[in-house]
Write a protein that binds this ligand. Structure first.
Ligand SMILES: [Zn+2]
Length: 50
């Protein structure tokens, strides 16, 4: 059993100065869809997980 489920494309969080792996896509009122990590959602609606 692998401990990691990496389905990813190596995308990193879109927030400034954050280098975590991206976890979700949020609907940002100003920037539109942003790919960020779980810590950078800013309370905005999560569209889907990545
Ligand atoms: Zn982040």
């Amino acid at each position: 059993m692998s401990a990691q489920t990496d389905d990813g494309d190596g995308t990193t969080c879109g927030a400034l100065s954050c280098t975590n792996d991206a976890d979700v896509i949020i609907d940002h009122p100003k920037y539109g869809k942003r790919i960020v990590c779980n810590g950078c959602t800013g309370g905005y609606p999560v569209i889907r997980h990545v």
